[in-house]
Write a protein that binds this ligand. Structure first.
Ligand code: NBP
Length: 487
């Protein structure tokens, strides 16, 4: 393949994309369609050729078969978007690119990299005089082409070099691009990770609502699809509710019945939800909704074990012929309240991470850029954006009057749903754990006093008292007397 524009200073591309699978190809097309010349490259050259054959006429592309030609096709400082499989391939591409680049050139990893890797790569690139950015991109294949939500992290001066291109290709909501500088080093990928974690919780809550509507309310998939369609015109209005309505109403070409009824009940995952949960454990943030969603996927994967257990373990059979369509609106309210909890937890986690990493995250801006383009885009995010605009620093979104009231109004329905599901033997890990979190969070005094008492008994871990300062230990196995341990 020829590289028509390489080495011609008047015809250099403003930006390059290496990695032309679905995401990279669509990002490159999006950039070119907005009038920015793009150099394109892929490890397997056939893919670059196919790309040019299919989309070459959409804009100004410079295809390159080698990284040398690719680099030569770029104006300086070079701006290179790497859109390859997350993990070792990203390091491999950096290793190959670095010797070809000059000081100040910018490598932009726009894949789903784990934020500690982004931190490491930032340092490694800086040591070579290169600027590295970790940029979260959400919206899947379609978003990448038509306008994703973009979460750029890294050197602010490097961001200034690509801001124009990134904001031009991002989704726009009310004239605001869904792209804002997030913070240094791993901040962009961190926020994208939590976005994906929240997506896990959202999807799990929808699945639990579907399960209850099926097995407790006794409705079939198309009828539930219609209910989701209605829900999409209220507080729950969002991309995920909208596509749930569509998926549930889709007929299977082979059987004529609902497609969803013939899809295997085993959910897969690529790791971002798990990373979010692990990081919450590291930070000491209670992140029950997202974590339960991750565990629910792992439980779904134990299909053979579940099959054996289904005929062995005792429990009620859901439904049992009763008409419980009266629960439909309760389920909607339980879904909404649980969703508020999932977002409250996710935002609390970002707040903790911001402090721990000195990222100074603007959480209101994160809600703003998630309103369009991304998978969790929702009306609801306007409420979160407004909350930050009004209150600035927020410890927990549940304490913001709008959400306090919304959950207070929904809580009776939420409790009825959790009670009914438990009585009927329907697993609702995210609904139930969100309610438990809510009840735990609003308790001034919980049962951890006993936990401390037990820890002191078996391990002399000491405890503090409500009526005196200091740490204490009781000589449980000796004379039962209490001693102050920090005096
Ligand atoms: P994949 O994650 O499937 O990766 C395929 C690309 O990586 C191909 O271009 C492939 O080149 C390249 N690649 C691999 Br694999 N190993 C390589 C190596 N050692 N050196 C150079 N290139 C290598 O592509 P994707 O689904 O387009 O996703 C790209 C990134 O975007 C990922 O990080 C993904 O997690 C993230 N993301 C994906 C979505 C989505 O909806 N798919 C959404 C948001 C973010 P080849 O053609 O030569 O094999």
């Amino acid at each position: 393949m020829t590289v028509p524009n390489a080495n011609r200073p008047d015809a250099k591309s403003r930006i390059g994309v290496t990695g032309l699978a679905v995401m990279g190809a669509n990002l490159a097309r999006n950039i070119a369609r907005r009038g920015t010349p793009v150099a394109v490259h892929n490890r397997t050259t056939a893919r670059t050729r196919e790309f040019m054959e299919a989309y070459g006429s959409e804009g100004s592309f410079t295809p390159a078969e080698s990284l040398e030609d690719f680099v030569a096709a770029l104006e300086r400082p070079r701006r290179i978007i790497v859109m390859v499989k997350a993990g070792a391939p990203v390091d491999g591409v950096i290793e190959e690119l670095a010797p070809l680049l000059d000081e100040g050139d910018i490598i932009i990893d726009a894949g789903n990299s784990h934020f500690p890797d982004t931190k490491r790569r930032t340092e490694e690139c800086a040591a070579r005089g290169l600027r590295f950015m970790g940029v979260g991109v959400s919206g899947g294949e379609e978003g990448a082409l038509l306008g994703p939500s973009i979460m750029p992290g890294g050197d602010p001066a490097a961001y200034a070099e690509v801001e124009g291109v990134l904001t031009s290709i991002a989704a726009q909501v009310d004239g605001t691009p869904c792209c804002v500088y997030v913070g240094p080093d791993g901040a962009g990928h961190y926020v994208k990770m939590v976005h994906n974690g929240i997506e896990y919780a959202d999807i799990q809550l929808i699945a639990e609502a579907y399960d209850l509507l099926t097995h407790v309310a006794g409705l079939d998939a198309p009828a539930i699809g219609k209910i989701f369609e209605e829900w999409n015109s209220g507080d729950l209005e969002s991309f995920l509710i909208e596509i749930t309505a569509e998926v549930l109403q889709k007929a299977d070409e082979r059987t004529g019945g609902p497609l969803v009824d013939v899809i295997l009940d085993e959910a897969e995952q690529k790791g971002t939800g798990r990373w979010t949960a692990i990081d919450a454990l590291d930070l000491g943030v209670p992140l029950t909704g997202i974590t339960e969603a991750v565990f629910a996927r792992t439980l779904s994967a134990l299909r053979d074990e579940r099959r054996a257990a289904s005929t062995t373990l005792a429990g009620p059979v859901p439904g049992a012929g009763e008409d419980r369509t009266d629960l439909v609106d309760d389920i909607r309210q339980a879904l909404y309240a649980s969703k508020v909890v999932a977002y409250a937890q996710g935002f609390a986690q970002m707040r903790a991470a911001s402090k721990a990493n000195d990222w100074d995250l603007d959480l209101g801006a994160m809600a703003t850029i998630w309103r369009g383009g991304c998978i969790i885009r929702a009306q609801f995010l306007n409420r979160i954006r407004d909350a930050y605009a009004e209150h600035g620093e927020i410890e927990n979104l549940l304490m913001v009057p709008y959400f306090t009231e919304a959950v207070a109004n929904a809580q009776h329905a939420w409790r009825r749903v959790v009670t009914t599901a438990t009585q009927q033997g329907v697993a609702i890990p995210a609904f139930a754990s969100s309610l438990s979190y809510y009840d735990g969070y609003r308790r001034e005094r919980g049962p951890a006093n006993l936990i401390q008492g037990l820890r002191d008994f078996f391990g002399a871990h000491t405890y503090r008292r409500v009526d005196a300062k200091g740490s204490f230990h009781t000589r449980w196995a000796q004379d039962g007397s209490e001693v102050r341990t920090d005096a």
